[in-house]
Write a protein that binds this ligand. Structure first.
Ligand code: CU
Length: 309
């Protein structure tokens, strides 16, 4: 969606705009009525949003975190690179945190008129997904802030090691007309101190975390959307995965270099006991994958480095 451009049009332009606007409104109203008559089911702007881009075979329409308009074509651009996109701005109230101590992270999402946004759609069970990671891609956290009535979100946050950290707010705004806009915005946070960056671990398709062995199959390709299926094993066989955030897993992929936040499309059900996602990578490079999964009411995160040649 292009940003609104302010200009000073002459009267004839304004008159033409009003006529065209009226026609567009009439078409939209007609469409809305037709849909109501045909369907009967309650339909929100989310359905419109989900239908406006193609999905890989076998996936359900859904909302997901990405800059609006970035999902056209296979080589979708990553989100989270900007504090401002699609008319919305991420505004942290403070960005400096003491190392290793829990402090409230507070922020607002503001609209083009700088008003705090207060209407968000619930996507993957939550109205706001907040991912925080240090710039060397360590220390990944996936948090769910709560919103006060004035639109201020807050969540306790501990930055365990010094350095610059990236915070991603992944959300869907509901406009006054019911239209929905999915956006991922990013801002830097800082924990002052001696920063000792860690090198990205070597690429692997299997890892262990908290006693689980997690592996995936799939061949990500630059500019394409491909399936990735994850298998979680514990001593004696497949781990009894539980639903978390409306599915059996939640996957975030970040690009090394600019920390671009990638599209990952989850399948709501297990496929042959495995958790299946559709990953769209914009181009060659190294990426870090973070898979959240839940067993016995506890969420674990498995991490993988992925190289796309
Ligand atoms: Cu989340």
């Amino acid at each position: 969606m292009p940003d609104r451009i302010s200009a000073a049009p002459d009267r004839s332009t304004v008159r033409l705009a009003l006529v065209v606007g009226g026609l567009v409104l009439a078409v939209l109203l007609g469409f809305g009525l037709g849909r109501m008559n045909a369907g009967g089911a309650t339909s929100t702007g989310g359905a419109t949003l989900a239908a406006d881009h193609p999905h890989p075979p076998g996936t359900e329409p859904h909302d997901h975190g990405s800059a609006v308009g970035a999902d056209q074509g296979a080589g979708a651009e990553p989100g989270g690179l900007s504090v401002s996109s699609a008319g919305y701005t991420l505004a942290p109230l403070a960005t400096e945190f003491p190392v290793g101590r829990s402090e409230q992270l507070r922020f607002q999402v503001r609209d083009a008129q700088r008003r705090p946004v207060t209407r968000f759609a619930v996507v993957h069970d939550k109205p706001m997904h907040l991912v925080v990671v240090r710039r060397d891609l360590t220390g990944y956290q996936h948090l769910h802030p709560t919103m006060a009535s004035d639109g201020t979100w807050s969540v306790p946050l501990t930055l365990a090691q010094p350095g610059v950290w990236r915070a991603y707010a992944d959300f869907t705004v509901v406009a006054d007309d019911g239209g929905q806009t999915a956006v991922t915005l990013g801002a830097d946070l800082v924990a002052p101190g001696g920063y000792q960056p860690r090198p990205l671990p070597a690429p692997a398709t299997s890892t262990t975390v908290d006693g689980f062995t997690v592996g995936y199959q799939g061949s990500p390709q630059a500019g394409a959307t491909v399936p990735l299926t994850f298998r979680v094993d514990v001593a004696g066989g497949a781990a009894p995965l539980e639903r978390y955030l409306g599915a059996y897993g939640h996957l975030v992929a970040l690009r090394e270099g600019d920390l671009g936040y990638l599209h990952v499309h989850p399948e709501p059900e297990l496929v042959d006991g495995q958790v299946k996602f559709w990953l769209t990578t914009p181009g060659p490079g190294r990426y870090r994958l973070y898979l959240d999964f839940q067993v016995a009411a506890t969420v674990h995160t498995a991490e993988f480095t992925l190289t796309i040649p």
